[in-house]
Design a protein around this ligand. Structure first.
Ligand code: HEC
Length: 123
């Protein structure tokens, strides 16, 4: 291969690879959430609600507490597991990732907000 085209080829490859790198939130989503909510967030009919058209959560704090405490909905067979062990940053990132697919409440989540709400969840 010509020297210069080798150089361009490597640049191109570098761009492709860096574009494919998953964000932290997307990684958490794929590792921890996608097996129930599916990769595209559509959920599973009658078992796991879609997170792209959320019906259950109606506020930021409720959403954060759902992550931290999990829940057991009487209408679904499975509950949502607790993600108490995730760091504030991980929770913020995964919620921002979901937010990028579907607006819960527009504004960005950050670690401080997660920490504050974590202390005040009902259980
Ligand atoms: C074991 C399956 C399971 C896993 C894993 C899971 N969830 Fe859930 N999720 C549920 C179920 C079931 C509900 C409904 C709970 C309820 O209504 O009480 C739910 C509800 C939700 C809702 C509210 C949806 C609505 O209708 O408003 C959100 C948002 C959500 N999950 C996000 C996540 C995120 C983010 C993760 C990963 C960190 C995750 N879930 C992992 C099963 C799961």
């Amino acid at each position: 291969m010509h020297k210069l085209s080798k150089f361009y080829f490597c640049c191109f490859l570098g761009i492709v690879i860096s574009c494919n790198r998953l964000s932290d939130g997307e990684k958490t989503y794929i590792n921890a959430c996608a097996n129930c909510h599916m990769e595209n967030g559509q959920g599973v009919a009658n078992l796991v609600p879609a997170i792209v058209s959320a019906k259950f959560v109606n506020g930021r704090n409720q959403l954060i507490c759902l992550m931290i405490e999990g829940s057991k909905d009487s209408t679904s067979q499975f509950g949502m597991p607790s993600y108490q062990k995730l760091s504030n940053a991980q929770i913020a990132n995964v919620l921002n990732y979901i937010n990028s697919k579907k607006k819960f409440n527009g504004a960005f989540f950050n670690e401080n907000e997660i920490e504050g709400v974590r202390q005040s969840c009902p259980n």
